[in-house]
Design a protein around this ligand. Structure first.
Ligand SMILES: Cc1ncc(COP(=O)(O)O)c(C=O)c1O
Length: 476
């Protein structure tokens, strides 16, 4: 029997007046997060704040108040001086429509459960096929992100190279990939039973792209280790530096080596909308499979990833399951559960589709071009700075820089300390990585409202912290 208290909560939860109040007030909290300006990017002592919030949750009945507190205490991704990782300051309309997606709660596993959503998802994928120069016979789906997308594409590749591999569980395939490839490639190799040892890393060139002249050596090493089947992975926007590989050259090598050619364009696919930057993706249409993340340079909120396989049958093959309670009769629309790893599948297509249809691809042209220009301004600033120096010329919106002077363990330590101090100050938020064995600082411009002036302010603050910290900084 229900308690009186539970009875009251239930009546209130579904009461139209209460639902409308919640909708209004939660939308207000969301709007504040989307248009944030004058607050620290990260509140100081975030660990203490988190503890306060979890304790408070047990004592309050004010749901909206709690959500507001969580939002105010969280990292402000829409702050103009947030520039740490490849998570976007979302396009407001796309973020706000998420509650409608949740309210409708359509599952795209089968057409029967999502007749309109399935059609919209298919329309979106048709748009992406055209954008990337893929044929109509290509097939793919939205997935929760690049890691899932790489896994899905490599599953298709595995079964294309070793028919029945998903049945027997046996396949011996080498994966040849640039040294900066995202870890999800190695993880996919582990999950698919290929093994992490089957991943052969190709050295990078001076721009941190896969060194095309070294790729055949990696094939030779893999052959020497007994491999006879291969997947070659190109990168269109690498994670640490946003570097783009020469896809035309890689496609040519893949063809000669009879390898499956996969392109990880999780980060950089959005540049396809920019006539100025689109040439960086030249050769993408030659890939056997590709992935793209609208939640990166298309500025969608999490989650929005995508995978496409040029010959769609290669994707259907390993994902066919017997489930008469779901899949079955032939219809005009496919059951998406038959081409994706997930069963229940969120209607993630809606936000990306709406932005594309309502505002047009030119919006993404402007936004992607802008964030790349801001990264270029950061490069320019560091080139002229007496304290900082660029590590590379940015190909896109990711830029790594470091202190001038000696590059050793001491500079590693200082780079890390500068990032920590800056982030804890709340003024700005950046990240760091290791390139050529040395720690560097890293900016990823993921907010279309970040200006070149904002990024120069961030770099000036970095210089100030470096000067206060002391140690050797020498002009070259
Ligand atoms: C090049 C690349 N591929 C794949 C991924 C994984 O994407 P996700 O975080 O959406 O799973 C990332 C993430 O940063 C990435 O940069």
């Amino acid at each position: 029997m229900k308690s009186n208290k539970a009875e009251k909560i239930i009546q209130k939860l579904w009461h139209p007046t209460e639902v409308r109040r919640l909708a209004r007030e939660l939308a207000e909290v969301a709007s504040t997060a989307l248009t944030v300006k004058d607050r620290p990017v990260r509140r100081p002592r975030a660990d203490r704040l988190a503890a306060q919030i979890t304790q408070r949750a047990a004592k309050t009945s004010d749901l909206v108040g709690l959500v507001r507190k969580i939002s105010e205490a969280s990292l402000a991704l829409s702050h103009a001086r947030y520039g740490a990782q490849q998570v976007a300051a979302p396009i407001p309309a796309a973020a706000l429509v998420e509650s409608v997606v949740a309210a409708m709660n359509q599952s795209l596993a089968v057409w029967e459960m999502s007749p309109i959503a399935t059609a919209i998802d298919r329309d979106l994928m048709t748009g992406f096929k055209k954008l990337f120069g893929y044929p109509r016979a290509a097939e793919g789906s939205l997935v929760p992100g690049g890691a899932f997308a790489n896994l899905t594409a490599l599953l298709a590749a595995r079964d294309a190279l070793v028919p029945q591999a998903s049945k027997s569980g046996k396949a011996r395939i080498a994966i040849i990939v640039g040294a900066q490839a995202h870890y999800s490639i190695a993880r996919a190799a582990a999950i698919l039973g290929l093994g992490r040892d089957a991943v052969f890393k190709v050295p990078l060139d001076a721009e941190f792209s896969t060194d095309v002249s070294q790729v055949t050596h990696s094939f030779a090493s893999a052959r020497k280790s007994g491999f006879r089947k291969f997947i070659l992975v190109g990168s269109s926007g690498s994670t640490p530096t946003g570097s783009f590989d020469n896809l035309v050259a890689l496609a040519d090598i893949a063809r000669k080596q009879r390898a499956w050619f996969h392109v990880d364009a999780a980060h950089g696919a959005g540049l396809a909308f920019s006539p100025r930057f689109r040439p960086r993706l030249k050769g993408l249409s030659l890939a056997d499979s590709l992935i793209f993340d609208p939640h990166k340079m298309m500025f969608m909120p999490l989650a929005a990833g995508g995978v496409l396989v040029r010959d769609g049958a290669r994707l259907f093959g390993p994902l066919q399951e017997q489930a008469p309670y779901l899949f079955g009769s032939q219809r005009r629309w496919p059951d998406l559960g038959q081409i994706t790893v997930a069963c229940s599948q969120r209607f993630d297509a809606l936000k990306t589709w709406l932005v594309w249809r309502v505002y047009g691809g030119e919006l993404w042209d402007h936004l992607t071009t802008h964030v790349c220009d801001v990264a270029q301004a950061a490069f320019q600033y560091c080139s002229e700075s007496e304290i900082l120096e660029p590590v590379h010329q940015p190909h896109s919106n990711i830029f790594c820089f470091r202190l001038r002077g000696r590059h050793d363990r001491d500079s590693d330590r200082r780079c890390w300390a500068i990032k920590e101090q800056l982030n804890e100050s709340g003024f700005a938020y950046i990240s760091s990585t290791v390139l050529d064995g040395r720690r560097v600082l890293r900016i990823v411009v993921m907010n279309p409202r970040t200006t070149a002036d904002d990024i120069r302010d961030v770099l000036r603050r970095v210089e100030k912290i470096a000067m206060q910290m002391g140690g050797e900084i020498r002009s070259n």
